[in-house]
Design a protein around this ligand. Structure first.
Ligand SMILES: Nc1ncnc2c1ncn2[C@@H]1O[C@H](COP(=O)(O)OP(=O)(O)OP(=O)(O)O)[C@@H](O)[C@H]1O
Ligand SMILES: N[C@@H](CCO)C(=O)O
Length: 317
């Protein structure tokens, strides 16, 4: 469960007096998510999400994330901007952590998306990519390709405790990905973590894109490749659903043109996406005590996806 930082009812009630949002009625910790502490907050006026930012979100990056959310919300995308307090301030401090009160969005994240839902979600990603054409702020990808080898080397042979030979397998795949990584594809602000749990849906309609805390300036087609790796497989990474994959490509193409060069790069970008999530999951696997309250995500589910992309070069044809 993801409540690392406890906030007392008294501290929360006092915090809310900075805003014009009514008075505290109830607050519950939200179990989903692994990165930040999230509370569902009801006031006499409305419902909100309170997020306290933990280890992987740097306070220095919050202005970028909040500017991006404001920009997308202004363009009509279903994203949750932070609420401004009476002085116009979005990024606050609470219980010693950076904190934001965020607009609550209705909808549920689906664990087994249908092709229609995948289509709608990829269309929403395309809309997001188009909507940031005039978004000026930039942020380097803190989990981008330049970070993968240092992370791999830091774990070194410890990775073989997860699965014998894992270090060598990832090392070899990364060498190929590094050698062929495209340098000239269109870049822009991307979500970089648009897994099914970060898309809220009402039926086949996207009601929310959430969790922008890996958003950064990077290759747009890489965002689609991340989405493909996250949506197309079952949780173990063993089985790929071709209908979901096709729906993602079609949904994206509905909202944004995918050039021949972008399409041709997708198999490699998807392998990069697998390496990125394999490495972050492996790091957490090795550094989170097995009895911690947070659920560790299986790195091998991404090792299997990596193998799949390496053996299915025509997956995006
Ligand atoms: N604006 C919102 N409106 C409605 N529900 C939200 C909103 N933001 C977050 N949630 C809920 O809180 C949960 C956790 O949020 P989020 O995914 O941002 O957490 P996280 O710790 O950053 O997770 P992750 O492990 O995906 O990085 C979501 O699954 C969703 O149920
Ligand atoms: N979406 C990531 C967790 C958040 O970075 C994963 O499934 O590994």
């Amino acid at each position: 469960m993801a409540v690392y930082t406890q906030v007392s009812a008294e501290a929360l009630a006092a915090f809310l007096t900075r805003y014009d949002v009514g008075e505290l009625v109830s607050a519950k910790g939200i179990a989903e998510g692994v990165e930040n502490s999230n509370y569902l907050v009801d006031t006499t006026a409305a419902r909100f999400i309170l997020t306290l930012y933990e280890k992987r979100v740097s306070a220095d990056d919050l202005p970028f994330f909040m500017a991006l959310l404001d920009h997308l919300a202004d363009k009509g995308l279903p994203v949750p901007p932070a609420i401004k307090d009476r002085g116009g301030v979005e990024i606050q401090e609470l219980a010693g952590r950076p904190a934001c009160l965020i607009r609550f969005l209705t909808g549920v994240s689906v664990s087994h998306p249908t092709p229609a839902q995948a289509h709608a979600a990829a269309r929403a990603m395309a809309d997001m990519h188009m909507a940031v054409a005039d978004f000026a702020p930039t942020r380097a990808n803190s989990m981008g390709i330049a970070t993968w080898r240092p992370l791999l080397e830091r774990m070194g042979a410890d990775m073989d405790a997860i699965d014998p030979g894992l270090f060598a397998r990832v090392d070899a795949a990364l060498r190929e990905v590094e050698a062929a990584w495209p340098a000239t594809l269109p870049v822009g602000a991307i979500h970089a973590d648009l897994f099914p749990d970060n898309v809220l849906m009402l039926g086949d309609t996207v009601s929310g894109l959430i969790d922008f805390y890996f958003a950064c300036t990077d290759v747009r087609a890489y965002d689609l490749a991340i989405m493909h790796s996250a949506w197309t497989f079952d949780a173990t990474g063993r089985t790929a659903d071709a209908a979901i994959g096709a729906a993602l490509l079609a949904g994206y193409a509905d909202g944004a043109a995918l050039s021949a060069a972008e399409r041709a790069a997708l198999p490699l970008l998807a392998q990069g996406a697998c390496i990125r999530f394999l490495l972050s999951r492996a790091w957490d696997w090795l550094h989170t005590p097995a009895d911690a309250l947070v659920m560790r995500k299986d790195p091998l589910a991404y090792a299997r996806r990596l193998d799949w992309y390496r053996t299915h070069p025509g997956a995006f044809a």
